[in-house]
Design a protein around this ligand. Structure first.
Ligand SMILES: Cc1cc2nc3c(=O)[nH]c(=O)nc-3n(C[C@H](O)[C@H](O)[C@H](O)COP(=O)(O)OP(=O)(O)OC[C@H]3O[C@@H](n4cnc5c(N)ncnc54)[C@H](O)[C@@H]3O)c2cc1C
Length: 343
């Protein structure tokens, strides 16, 4: 008889780990504070090795069955500068979190997992057999900035690429196609504590005169899909320096500009599978399972986090909005370097 595992958080990392463990007959309970389906602030653009994890777990076909759309090209806009159409190789996959989290929750239950919605874990997060997949750690201010995310779905938007990235001094937005003719408009922004900026929803439309503003001029926004999140902490964290078993954003957040956070959640869940299953079978101690998971996550994510931090800083650099911006955005070499190193 396998030992039971409790997972705090039924987001992507928690549900993926839960599904993988159920396939190995490990008893799993997931504690989820919210309920499904639900909206999340997310670019809804899955890119990176996490797609292979989904394939190995037999989940990729389910994503495609739910209407997930491949994204094969990208274009970047900064001020008046714009990049050519860059290929996304390998392609990314776009699906709303409304569908994605619900699909994974259903799959977990189908495989015999115990999913407790609207139930917050209040126990010891570092206890034996307890996995922390409870998402980002709230951080009000980081290096003098408050980071916040916004997202809304829109109709009637014609894109020039499967993924458009629009940068401004205040933040950046990603636009990608979703099933059913919708486009996801999602951005990360920053502000100084105590300062009053533009009304937050205006940030999603872009400043008048910008390509983003023109792109969304005739958009019909779906108010029910609007959501926001604040208190984001984007400093990379090392797993080995933290207690217990942490996966996904609970371990570390990668800057959203990479479109790789969901992939890292899927990858971390797969990394944790073998050590946690070995613990469940009584072959290794819980501390050994946590340490093995932490070491492997650090190895897998270290360089990616390094490059992502550099890219995030560049996105807010005045260089990109000046004349040099056009040179940077037109460099195929730079595009390929950044794309491959951040996933
Ligand atoms: C603006 C923005 C844009 C992004 N765009 C992209 C993108 O385009 N592509 C990409 O790959 N990634 C993107 N990301 C990152 C991506 O959304 C996250 O990396 C991903 O959701 C992490 O998954 P997770 O399972 O770790 O956490 P989550 O999906 O946040 O799940 C954590 C779960 O834990 C639950 N929980 C928390 N505390 C408790 C508790 N005590 N008890 C029970 N349940 C609890 C929460 O309710 C939640 O459901 C973006 C992030 C932001 C902020």
């Amino acid at each position: 008889m396998n030992k039971p595992i409790a997972i705090i958080g039924g987001g992507l990392a928690g549900l993926t780990l839960g599904i993988g463990l159920r396939r190995r007959n490990v008893p799993v309970t997931i504690w989820e504070a919210g309920q499904y389906p639900r909206r999340r602030v997310c670019g809804e653009f899955v890119s990176g090795r996490g797609l292979d994890v989904l394939r190995r777990l037999g989940l990729l076909e389910e994503f495609v069955g739910a209407g997930a759309i491949p994204a094969r090209s990208a274009k970047i806009f900064f001020g008046t500068a714009r990049s050519p159409l860059w290929p996304l190789e390998p392609p990314a996959l776009c699906l709303s979190r409304f569908s994605m989290d619900h699909l994974l929750a259903e799959r977990f239950r189908y495989q015999g997992g115990d999913l407790r919605e609207k139930t917050r874990w209040e126990g010891d997060v570092t206890g034996e057999g307890v996995v922390q997949a409870n998402g980002r750690r709230a951080q009000t201010v980081e290096n003098g900035w408050r980071w916040f995310g916004l997202k809304i779905h829109a109709r009637g938007v014609q894109l020039e690429a499967d993924l458009e990235m629009h940068g401004s001094g205040q933040g950046y937005l990603g636009l990608c196609r979703l099933p059913g003719g919708e486009v996801n408009v999602c951005g990360l922004f920053r502000g100084r504590p105590g300062t009053v900026g533009s009304p937050v929803k205006d940030l999603l439309r872009g400043a008048p005169g910008t390509p983003l503003h023109r792109r969304l001029a005739s958009a019909v926004f779906e108010e029910a899909s609007y959501c926001s999140v604040a208190g984001l902490g984007l400093q990379p964290q090392r797993a080995i320096e933290q207690g217990g078993c942490r996966l996904g954003d609970a371990l570390t957040m990668i800057p959203p500009v990479t479109g790789n956070g969901m992939s890292m959640a899927f990858e971390a869940a797969e990394i944790a599978l073998d050590p946690i299953a070995a613990y469940a079978r009584g072959e290794i101690a819980w501390t050994a399972a946590c340490a093995a998971t932490a070491r492997a996550c650090d190895t897998a994510f270290r360089m990616r986090l390094f490059w992502a931090r550099w890219l995030q800083a560049t996105m807010f650099s005045p260089v990109l909005r000046g004349k040099l911006g056009a040179v940077v955005l037109n460099s195929r070499w730079l595009w390929q370097l950044v794309f491959t190193r951040t996933r």
